[in-house]
Design a protein around this ligand. Structure first.
Ligand SMILES: [Zn+2]
Length: 274
């Protein structure tokens, strides 16, 4: 695996192509590991079976099958909703029965790029995050969490979330807490940077957000935080395959040494399996 690239956050069902073509694109980019962020239809369970039947792809593919979000909050694009802990437990059991390798949970909204710092929906509170992580861990699953915003990121780290995805709007307290914790950060810089020059979004705010994220990555890396490469490929203007290679370049631009990226990726690979 050492000579292959790791895509620690992607969506094989997004990006417009069928999954077989997307898997071919990964193979031609030399990608040997792909951790999916989920899809609303749960088709990634089928995609996982396809990878098993095609060893020539040289790919290790893991998926939560579908992501899980609180009803009325962000997440319908990649998963299914719960209203209370009982429903959350039932979704975890269903994901398990469909072959999920880990659980993906949406803690916060997405960055709107309309007002600096604004997120699309309110976040979960710290108590709820803690309980969700406990339930998933109790079933033997690691937790991949979509998470933006200072307070939510601190709550995620405190709850023992295994990986934080995006992690936009960290402050220095977040970066220090991250460096001291076992949580791995997947900043998906490629996906955030893709909003610069996107029609309908404020260019200056997108630029400022991307710059702030890169500065956070540099500071957190200097403190020793575990930062893995995941591009959120399948998302807007992040192609499945090349997006992964772009993310490696962006992390290195931020000063994350290649061997530290590789070590964090390997931690993800070791932890996000059941
Ligand atoms: Zn994603």
């Amino acid at each position: 695996m050492d000579d292959r690239f790791y895509e620690c956050h992607g969506h094989i069902m997004m990006g417009g192509a069928d999954y077989a073509s997307s898997f071919d694109a990964l193979a031609s980019c030399g990608i040997g590991y792909f951790r999916d962020g989920g899809d609303a239809g749960g088709i990634t369970a089928e995609a996982k079976q396809y990878v098993k039947e095609h060893p020539e792809l040289g790919l290790e593919y893991v998926t939560p099958v579908f992501a899980i979000h609180r009803k009325g909050r962000y997440g319908g694009i990649v998963g299914r909703p719960y209203e209370d802990f009982k429903e959350f437990r039932a979704l975890v059991a269903e994901a398990a029965s469909k072959g999920a390798d880990f659980i993906k949970i949406m803690y916060s909204g997405i960055v709107t790029f309309k007002e600096y710092g604004e997120l699309s929906t309110p976040p979960l509170d710290a108590e709820e995050i803690k309980e969700l992580v406990n339930i998933a861990h109790g079933e033997g699953f690691a937790v991949m969490a979509h998470c933006n915003g200072r307070d939510t990121i601190l709550a995620a780290i405190e709850a023992g979330t295994d990986s934080i995805e995006h992690g936009v709007f960290m402050d220095e307290e977040c970066e220090a807490a991250l460096a001291e914790s076992g949580t791995i950060w997947v900043p998906t810089i490629a996906a955030i940077a893709a909003f610069c020059n996107r029609p309908g979004f404020d260019e200056e705010i997108a630029d400022r957000t991307a710059k702030a994220l890169k500065a956070s990555v540099s500071r957190a890396s200097a403190l020793g935080a575990k930062i893995a490469s995941g591009s959120d490929c399948g998302a807007f203007r992040v192609p499945i395959g090349p997006g992964c290679l772009d993310e490696y370049a962006l992390l290195r631009e931020c000063g994350v040494p290649s061997e530290r990226i590789a070590a964090a990726n390997e931690l993800i690979r070791g932890r996000f399996r059941r």
